[in-house]
Design a protein around this ligand. Structure first.
Ligand code: COI
Length: 357
């Protein structure tokens, strides 16, 4: 199968639901575009990709993903340029990461042509759902889950791959108050923290809720051995600006290799901003704040893009960071990233996959 030869059978909706959407008031993740892509893995091969109306599906109560969490996902975004073309941001990187997560979770490799041709056909069909509005995008959710009807614990022999999408605005409505987590862990060495596995997110809900009850939007995860080193923030990678340098934890087996993270660091390097990817100790952040050198902090992720951090809590104290408006480094990178994604700036790293309508 190649992208040129594979044409995915398509069943279109009789009538679009797009009139339900208020493009000036889009809430994250609540209204889904008209169509979805479905392909199944059985008898040792991915097969029968099809596009059909977005809708419920029927599953056996014994579906193994529901019990043991053999499930992975991706998040990616599409934008519109001034000519009305759809611009997908780094889809091949999402495709590669999906299979990296799949490898860790014993999920068979998905062929590139099903992913890319599926996306291309799906987006052509649902082009009207890609918001033209500044600050908005079509969020695309590819995912795979185990479908064996079997409650013994073993890798499933059948899987379903699906993609649906939803128009989105900002993920976080305001700058974040985050707290450094001294007890719970998101992932440990040898675990699956680098994979975008559903269970990583489910297990994070309880510690996040406890922090929310204390008045913080999210937490900053620390390492599982000593809680001394910073890992991620909520569902995002995290970056700090100290002394005009971007400092961020290096990716490892415990940290998700974020595509927005990589894009932000690349733009920083292109702009000549020094970048340090290494272990970042909590004490370094506290000391930098005390010395007035902690200029900026922000999370990076597909959903949030760049989420500014206003306050970091640690050990009983709130560290308030400088005002968001003055954050030249992250605001400058965010604006440049946005221009690249929407076709308003050159794309020197070939991140954009254009679908001309
Ligand atoms: C993303 O940024 O796409 C994420 O994975 C966060 C999310 C779970 C909404």
């Amino acid at each position: 199968m190649s992208v040129d030869t594979l044409t995915i059978p398509t069943q279109c909706v009789p009538q679009s639901r797009i009139s339900e959407l208020d493009f000036n008031n889009i809430e994250f993740g609540k209204i889904f575009a008209d169509h979805m892509l479905v392909a199944d893995y059985k008898d040792g091969a991915w097969q029968n990709p099809e596009i059909k109306p977005y809708g419920n599906m029927s599953l056996s109560p014994a579906t193994s993903a529901l019990h043991y969490g053999q499930a992975i996902f991706e998040g990616m975004k599409a934008y519109k340029n001034a000519d009305g073309d759809i611009l997908l941001f780094r889809p091949l990187d999402n495709f590669k990461r999906l299979n990296i997560s799949g490898d860790r979770m014993c999920i068979p490799e998905l062929p590139e042509e099903i992913f890319m041709q599926g996306l291309e056909q799906l987006l052509r069909l649902d082009a009207a759902w890609v918001p033209p509005t500044a600050g908005c995008a079509l969020y695309i959710r590819p995912f795979i889950f185990a479908t064996d009807e079997f409650i013994g614990v073993r890798p499933s022999s059948s899987y379903r791959f699906m993609v649906f999408s939803c128009p989105v605005g900002a993920y976080y409505g305001q700058p974040l108050r985050v707290a450094i987590e001294p007890n719970y862990v998101r992932s440990a060495e040898g675990g699956a923290g680098y994979a975008k596995a559903a269970g990583n997110y489910g297990a994070a809900l309880y510690p996040a809720r406890k922090m929310q009850e204390r008045g913080y939007h999210q937490l900053i995860w620390t390492d599982s051995r000593e809680h001394k080193y910073i890992e991620e923030s909520g569902t995002m990678n995290v970056m700090f600006v100290i002394d005009d340098r971007i400092v961020t934890p290096a990716v490892s087996t415990t940290i998700l290799s974020g595509i927005t993270r990589d894009s932000v660091l690349q733009i920083a390097r292109d702009k000549g901003i020094p970048v340090e990817e290494r272990k970042v100790a909590v004490s370094e952040i506290v000391e930098a704040h005390k010395a007035g050198k902690l200029q900026e902090a922000f999370g990076t992720g597909t959903a949030a893009t760049i989420a500014q951090i206003a306050t970091i809590h640690y050990n009983g104290e709130d560290m308030d960071l400088p005002a968001i408006e003055g954050r030249e480094i992250s605001n400058g990178i965010a604006a440049e990233l946005d221009r690249i994604k929407t076709g308003q700036a050159p794309d020197p790293h070939s991140w954009i996959y254009k679908i001309s309508l």
